[in-house]
Write a protein that binds this ligand. Structure first.
Ligand code: BG6
Length: 479
């Protein structure tokens, strides 16, 4: 047993639109995330074209990280975190996405966040775009449907690279870029929302439009990697994929082929582009079978080839089954549904709990690419209760994290080059899919409820203290 590397990046993560609040302060413009109302498992979030007075938009106040960042980063330091993953909100820097110059107030905010992290010797891991695109770009260009968005994005990246060149080493281009192959992608990350008002479930976007927009994002990501490598060779550039392994529902070879097909399109389609520099061999058949004709120029191909990432990062929450059977139970997942696995239990939100799936995924990824890997999201969304004396006994979350960290250790012992882990999430935050606060992921509880009410006070959960020991012992002490 070798165990985790000596300098393993033990961390935790958050995303701007789910925590910051202060949505229209100091020059910040609206992003797509600011136009999503709150919702629940039963009542889907609604995207509105304008902010409507009778609706609650949870990103507008988030958990007020904007004003609590010092307190939160102090908690991160006491926790012993070696790394902290957060995202920069594009619209703090370029309010409509199209300005000639960046917004100084926005840049200053992230300077302060970074300085605070550096003060405590915590390594920042920055996601450049986490589920928000300037609403200005949606109105003007229908988001990533347009090639012109690539240049605006590159300009945004150059501004933050120049500004934070001495403060940030690890960058992730797009959060869960592969979710654009699923029905939720066009809403949540591609911004194909021009003129749209309605719920996630009413929204229909054909695969042709989706994959063309995703292609623009992949080119943008590669361009930014090239820019970083040329200008700031000290940077380490990563992708970020919502990795979901598919198991065959039975040992029927047809189910095996079906599971492979699902993984090809969900997991490997984007990963191969970002790591190997070109679309995988099976993409052509997929495009032909689905009557998709992408506009990929020779210049695009060159960019994709040159802009490959230095490390692979993923979120991991659950696994799925695939097969040809009908009338099989389905289970919910991270923006997708799939066949349930009779061997697994699920969370209160129906996500199947499968730590072995993480070991399997890490081995699959490493055998395909052989580059360093970081798990940058993994955690349990659950309802937490505060006891009368202000404690949160979240043993269920500890069990979840323990089993997944053990699975990572097994993968390391298998030989996988794992360099870091940032649990999801450090503080409680607004759920991306449902807009709820009650689906809590944090190691730190925040007193804010689904309707936006609360004191915003921070409380350490039992999982906070448990993870502190894991970090202190470099993953040896998990009890
Ligand atoms: C990932 C996202 O999809 O999963 C996060 O990167 C999100 O932003 C997390 O919060 C958990 O999903 P949800 O929908 O429960 O918040």
């Amino acid at each position: 047993m070798s165990g985790f590397k000596k300098n393993f990046l033990w961390g935790s993560a958050i995303a701007a639109n789910q925590v910051e609040g202060a949505w229209d302060i100091n020059g910040k413009g609206p992003s797509t995330a600011d136009m999503f109302t709150s919702g629940s498992q039963k009542d889907p979030r609604i995207f509105t074209e304008k902010v409507e007075n009778d609706k609650y938009y949870p990103s507008h106040d988030g958990v007020d990280f904007y004003h609590h960042y010092k307190e939160d980063i102090k908690l991160a330091a006491e926790e012993g975190l070696k790394a902290f993953r957060f995202s920069i909100n594009w619209t703090r820097i370029f309010p409509t996405g199209m300005e000639g110059k960046p917004n100084e107030e926005g840049l200053k905010f992230y300077d302060k966040v970074l300085d605070e992290l550096i003060k405590y010797k915590i390594e920042p891991i920055v996601t450049i775009s986490h589920f928000e695109i300037p609403y200005g770009l949606v109105k003007e260009l229908n988001g990533w449907a347009s090639r012109r968005t690539i240049d605006y994005f590159v300009n945004y990246c150059e501004s933050i690279f120049d500004r934070y060149q001495n403060k940030v080493k690890y960058w992730l281009t797009f959060n869960e870029i592969n979710n654009s192959t699923t029905v939720a992608g066009p809403l949540i990350s591609l911004g194909l929302l021009q003129g749209y008002r309605g719920t996630v479930f009413d929204y229909h976007c054909d695969m042709q439009t989706r994959l063309q927009a995703l292609h623009h994002q992949l080119v943008a990501s590669a361009k930014v990697v090239i820019l970083a490598h040329n200008k700031y060779p000290q940077f380490k550039m990563g992708n970020m994929v919502a990795f979901i392994p598919y198991y065959p529902y039975t040992s029927d070879p047809k189910d095996v082929l079906e599971a492979e097909k699902q993984m090809n399109i969900l997991d490997w389609y984007v990963s191969d582009v970002q790591v190997k520099g070109s679309y995988p061999y099976f993409a052509k058949k997929y495009w032909n079978d689905n009557n998709i004709k992408l506009n990929i120029t020779p210049k695009d191909e060159e960019i994709l080839k040159d802009g490959t990432v230095d490390f692979y990062s993923l979120s991991y929450y659950m696994s799925m089954c695939a097969g040809l059977q009908k009338d099989v139970d389905t289970s919910a997942g991270n923006f997708i549904d799939g066949m349930s696995n009779p061997y697994l239990k699920a969370s209160d939100w129906g996500w199947q709990l499968d730590p072995d799936g993480l070991r399997y995924s890490l081995n699959q990824i490493y055998s395909r690419y052989q580059i360093p890997i970081m798990v940058v999201e993994n955690g349990l969304g659950a309802i937490d209760k505060v006891t009368e004396d202000g404690k949160i006994h979240d043993t269920y979350r500890i069990d979840y994290l323990r089993s997944h960290i053990k699975a990572m250790r097994e993968a390391v012992d298998d030989g996988v080059d794992l360099i870091g882990y940032t649990s999801w999430s450090f503080i409680d935050l607004v759920s991306a899919s449902t807009g709820e606060m009650s689906k809590r992921y944090g190691l730190v509880y925040i007193d804010k409820q689904d309707n936006g009410k609360g004191t915003f006070n921070r409380l350490k959960k039992d999982s906070y203290f448990w993870y502190q020991n894991v970090i202190k012992s470099n993953g040896k002490n998990m009890y």
